[in-house]
Design a protein around this ligand. Structure first.
Ligand SMILES: Cc1ncc(COP(=O)(O)O)c(C=O)c1O
Length: 375
């Protein structure tokens, strides 16, 4: 895998929070330099930038096991989910199925549809887990969308994508999958979904400004781009016929203006690194570390572990529900251990293991928790 020295700023840190924000690869400096040079080339910069876009689409296609033409770039995963909310035609009586432990951006985009008679159906977790049976019980012939995170940011649960896809495809609903906590750390077959969104600044080792948007256009051709601009089209009528144009036939139609080129250059370098390591190898590495962490926490005792232990139901996050956040925050800070949730003062702590983490990192974190005064 990689080491701390492949990244900037984590030499003296036990960085266990890739699920919140990953550090920057040192090699991103060359990608930034490349962008600055290309940007100085005037009109020629556009063809360099177009080459990087195409190369990055190809990498995303490999990452997600889909066709490159179905890959587009939007500004954030949140924008991607809003594209579905505003890009489908809704009718009163339609419904959308989501989970109570879903990330806010998987919930809020649908709220405005309620005033048009669209129902939001919320699947409740049981013991922090969302079950396929409970999802199934909420779907009927008016369900238009099922939105689920492949790996939960809140609980760490990884849901079986083949089983979920099979279930949703027995209905008329589209499966909208948020793979922000899956892509880059476990294998993802996006073709099993209808739309996939992924942030790039966590497990994909990129930065903000770009999110991956997969559109399964053969299964969901009715999805319209809610915003249009010069970049949405493959042909334009110009001043003679200013309102004439043809939308890009593929997922590029969802990017109305210039995309965030710099963050795509950086994503290109990040994906080069991840794909060279091999997602299968990364998954084995992450599962080994989260297995070590889970077992260690269980043997410490006294921690409510939200994430399931079995490997198919887990990825790179181990989440804990605790009322000891302030204590944990102080203990970890004293040892330069970074996890997620302490800063925000959440009751839920998330500890993430990625390509630069080692068994020694997990031991340091476990030791810090073990050294907390007993209750
Ligand atoms: C499941 C999930 N989706 C998306 C995001 C981030 O979305 P965005 O790219 O809109 O910032 C997060 C951030 O924590 C997340 O946990």
């Amino acid at each position: 895998m990689l080491s701390r020295s492949d990244f900037i700023g984590i030499d003296d840190t036990t960085h266990l929070c890739a699920g919140g924000e990953a550090p920057m690869l040192r090699s991103h400096q060359s990608a930034i330099e490349q962008f600055t040079h290309d940007k100085a080339m005037g009109e020629m910069a556009r063809s360099r930038q177009a080459d990087i876009i195409e190369a990055t689409r190809t990498q995303c296609a490999e990452l997600l096991s889909v066709d490159a033409s179905d890959i587009g770039f939007v500004s954030s995963a949140s924008e991607g989910i809003n594209i579905v909310a505003y890009g489908l035609d809704w009718a009163a009586g339609d419904n959308i199925v989501i989970a109570d432990v879903e990330f806010a951006s998987g919930i809020y985009p649908w709220l405005a549809l309620q005033s048009r008679g669209v129902e939001l159906r919320i699947v409740k977790h049981r013991n922090w887990q969302i079950s396929l049976d409970d999802i199934s019980a909420h779907i009927d012939n008016r369900t238009r969308v099922v939105l689920i995170s492949h790996v939960s940011m809140f609980t760490g649960q990884r849901i079986s994508l083949p089983a979920l896809s099979k279930l949703v495809r027995q209905s008329n609903a589209a499966l909208v999958l948020d793979t922000t906590h899956a892509a880059g750390v476990v294998t993802v077959d996006a073709s099993l979904a209808d739309v996939v969104v992924t942030s790039c600044y966590k497990w994909l080792l990129g930065i903000h400004g770009t999110a991956v948007f997969y559109w399964n256009r053969h299964r969901l051709p009715q999805l319209k781009p809610p915003f249009l601009g010069w970049n949405s089209v493959s042909a334009a009528g110009g001043w003679q016929q200013p309102t004439q144009m043809s939308l890009h036939p593929d997922a590029l139609r969802f990017t109305p203006g210039n995309p965030a080129f710099l963050s795509i250059y950086i994503l290109h370098n990040a994906l080069n690194t991840l794909l060279k390591l091999g997602i299968d190898n990364i998954e084995r590495h992450a599962l080994s570390l989260t297995g070590q962490l889970w077992t260690g926490l269980a043997s410490l005792g006294g921690w409510e572990i939200m994430t399931p232990f079995d490997e198919p139901s887990r990825a790179g996050n181990i989440c804990l529900m605790t009322d000891r956040v302030a204590e944990v925050a102080a203990a970890l800070k004293a040892r330069d251990v970074l996890v997620w949730g302490t800063y925000a003062g959440d009751a839920r702590l998330r500890i993430s293991c990625h390509v630069y983490n080692t068994p020694a990192d997990v031991d340091i974190c476990l030791q810090a928790l073990d050294d907390l005064p007993a209750r």
